[in-house]
Ligand binder design. Structure first.
Ligand code: ADP
Ligand code: MG
Length: 729
């Protein structure tokens, strides 16, 4: 029996995995995390103080305290049955990396002991030569090291019976170049903190720290393991390269917010429980638009922690899924013709005095502060829309952006009718000559309940890539499989840069003798005027918008190899250098890595297409072709009229046509790949893979294969069909 029918059979006879528990969330929340509260119990006063001040200042642990802290952490972890530890980091491959070491060691006199040195906590040197470095290590130094980021607490990962202590770290080369997602993110957050505090101090001298906040919404598909394993394309690429659309797709819109199927529900409860133990504050779960598509979202957190929790959760979900004989698909577009998955990044800024800087205030003074940060963010997105686009570019996300289901590749900002009117008002009422007599102008009256206004669905544009949703912006173009750090690094940096310039300009006005509030209003007005082109309230999926955006001069880059250019433009280099986030060399390296990743993904998809077509699809089609040919011959030989077998002939002609087209196109695609592989320049090769392999062949080959799927005898078809993968569970 083929894997396909085996899987379907097993589905019918299989049992649900047992999920125990349903413990009260508060009883288990964070129990596998070395929180400050735990630290208080396990550390001396001195060590505790040192740890907390490192966390607050975002600095490395003091080496002299390292040993004490490490001992405290080990005592806690061993109490929970942990035997190994690992530095846990986020290399540019896109997943997370670990190398487990045991606490166990043997002293020079042969006594076996368990120990965890301070040095092992603070810094490690993993054999990192096989992680992507974009040539950085070749140019600088062969080794890399990981260093603990104390702002993210250690946690215990349970895999089966094994428990490992994980230390969240950055990953850098010996000469200091960052080789991961976290190191640049921390730098960008620090740049934003500095710039935002200075601007905050116009309004409130008590603010000493501004943190960015992130609440992600993770979309994903869940499919049966057996059906998944019978699809080599899902196994190797995370998406199906073939598959005819099912008779029923999402047109009945009966999946969204429908009740969650039991088997999936058991899986959700299981991974949620693990997430709670790890301190991931999950809050919502529901079905998404497409069949078998779901979403989860946590309560928002500080960006660095939010990013760690998202990458950790993606890993936990995948592991827990296999316990339930399910597979989680995090790919942006696992099924053609069915909605893809994204990861909305809800983002805001908060002060250490407890103010959300993107929440409208209650008094004219706090309104001015809100307006300042609101307008600066819009200006940042306008000025650096291209860099923001580059931050979300990836081969899988290309399937989403611009595919009329997700935001287009054009970055625009939606703010809603009400705030559009506020900005218009400011633009009209504030004049160059405004002085203290006109101070009434400053009393901008902003509705106190904008969140509620926007919650009203009539004023909540779901097609916008960057939308204001009442007290935060929602960056919706991020891909479901992406590490949010990439988008968050760019967003924090461009806001830092814009706020710095804002401060300079306001100060210049003040130096000319303007009153502070008037100076701020002047610069805000100027920013509104210079960035209003990026504001768009209409349907982002429409063709008119594409034309309109072009008129406005907004960038619209549809493919990754070209979008990535904006990472290495002079503008981007200046931006990142100025804010000490990336050096030129680091940007060049990242550019190279992303291009390579793109090439490899398209190459693997192309290979799997060729292989499936040749060894699965064509053999099945040819068997059926023979059957038909024999049938026709038999009927003809028995002396029947043409009309007795003309339908069979017609089917045979169609099948033969699709067979020869498939085979011919696959041959040509292989040739095209060979040509691409001979191109030595990475960018040229990536562009060629995009236009000469992917764009030239993927759709046409798929067209013929999907036609064959409809024609060929179902019993001969070994790849599970969309209707089975999406609807059977
Ligand atoms: P939606 O209707 O899009 O689900 P919600 O109000 O439920 O809107 O919020 C969605 C996400 O936004 C949640 O993950 C939430 O934690 C996050 N969020 C709310 N406020 C903030 C904030 N100030 N900063 C960052 N994220 C936030
Ligand atoms: Mg949302």
């Amino acid at each position: 029996m083929s894997l396909r029918f085996n899987a379907i059979n097993n589905l019918i006879t299989s049992q649900e995995a047992d999920v125990q528990g349903s413990a009260k969330i508060t009883a288990i929340f964070g129990e596998n995390v070395f929180t400050s509260k735990t630290a208080r119990q396990y550390l001396s006063d001195e060590a505790f103080k040192s740890l907390i001040s490192s966390i607050k200042a975002g600095q490395k642990i003091d080496r002299s305290m390292g040993h004490q802290i490490a001992n405290g952490i080990r005592a806690w972890a061993e109490g929970k049955g942990v035997t190994h530890f690992t530095h846990w980091f986020q290399p540019l491959t896109g997943s997370t990396a670990e190398k487990h070491d045991s606490f166990f060691t043997i002293k020079s006199d042969g006594t076996p002991i368990e120990q965890f040195e301070g040095d092992a906590l603070i810094q490690q040197e993993p054999d990192a030569s096989s992680f992507p470095s974009g040539g950085l290590r070749a140019t600088f130094e062969a080794r890399g090291y990981t260093a603990w980021d104390p702002s993210s607490p250690p946690f215990i990962m349970e895999i089966g019976q094994g428990k490992t202590l994980c230390i969240p770290t950055i990953f850098v080369s010996y000469t200091g170049e960052s080789l991961d997602y976290k190191a640049p993110l921390l730098k960008a957050l620090e740049a934003m903190n500095k710039a935002a505090v200075e601007v905050c101090n116009y309004f409130d001298k008590n603010v000493t720290r501004v943190t960015a906040t992130l609440g992600w919404e993770q979309e994903y598909f869940v499919v049966d393991e057996g059906l998944h394993n019978a699809r080599p394309d899902l196994v190797l690429c995370g998406r199906t390269v073939f598959g005819h659309g099912p008779a029923k797709g999402q047109q009945l819109e009966d999946h969204y917010f429908a009740s969650i199927p039991e088997r999936i529900y058991a899986f959700m409860r299981d991974y949620e429980e693990e997430a709670y133990r790890l301190g991931i504050p999950l809050r919502t779960r529901h079905n998404e638009v497409a069949p078998s598509q779901f979403e989860c979202a946590p309560i928002f957190e500080e960006v660095n922690l939010g990013v760690d929790h998202n990458t950790l959760l993606m890993d936990v979900m995948s592991r827990v899924a296999s316990r339930h004989k399910l597979r989680v698909l995090l790919h942006e577009k696992p099924f053609a013709g069915i909605n893809g998955s994204g990861k909305h990044n809800n983002w805001s800024m908060a002060t250490d005095t407890g103010v959300n800087l993107l929440a409208p205030g209650k008094t004219p003074k706090t309104n001015l502060m809100f307006l300042t940060f609101f307008v600066n963010t819009i200006k940042a997105v306008y000025d650096y829309a291209d860099v923001l686009r580059a931050s979300i570019a990836s081969a899988p996300n290309d399937h989403r952006l611009g595919a009329n289901e997700a935001p287009p590749a054009i970055i625009s900002v939606f703010i809603g009718q009400y705030l559009s009117k506020v900005l218009q008002d400011v633009k009209e009422r504030v004049s160059e000559k405004m002085d203290e007599q006109d101070e009434s102008m400053l009393k901008i009256d902003i509705h106190k309940s904008i969140p509620e206004l926007l919650m009203d669905n009539t004023d909540r544009n779901r097609t916008s890539p960057f939308a204001f949703t009442g007290n935060k912006f929602e960056f919706r173009a991020v891909g479901s499989s992406a590490n949010c750090a990439s988008a968050m690094t760019v967003l924090s940096t461009i806001v830092a840069e814009t706020l710095k310039n804002f401060k300079k300009e306001v100060d210049a006005h003040i130096d000319k003798g303007e009153k502070k509030e008037i100076a701020i209003m002047h610069v805000i007005r100027q920013y509104i005027v210079s960035s209003e082109k990026v504001l768009f309230e209409g349907n982002n999926y429409s063709e008119e918008w594409e034309k309109e955006a072009e008129k406005r001069g907004l960038p619209n880059v549809k493919t990754t190899p070209l979008a990535l250019d904006y990472f290495v433009s002079n503008k981007a280099k200046k931006l990142f250098e100025h804010n000490k986030v990336y050096t030129h060399a680091e940007l060049e390296a990242r550019h190279e890595i992303e291009l390579e990743k793109y090439i490899k993904m398209v190459q693997i998809e192309s290979r799997i297409m060729g292989e499936l077509a040749t060894s699965h699809i064509l053999p099945a089609a040819i068997r059926y072709q023979n059957l038909l040919a024999n049938n026709i011959k038999g009927l003809k030989d028995s002396g029947l009229q043409d009309s007795a077998y003309c339908n069979q002939k017609h089917i045979l002609e169609k099948i033969s046509e699709h067979i020869s087209k498939t085979s011919e196109l696959v041959e040509k695609m292989i040739e095209a790949r060979k040509e691409c592989n001979n191109m030595s320049h990475t960018r040229t090769r990536a562009i060629a893979y995009c236009s000469q392999v992917k764009e030239q062949f993927f759709e046409p080959i798929r067209y013929h294969v999907d036609k064959l799927e409809l024609l060929v005898d179902d019993r001969e078809w070994y790849l599970p069909k969309y209707r089975e993968i999406l609807f059977l569970r």
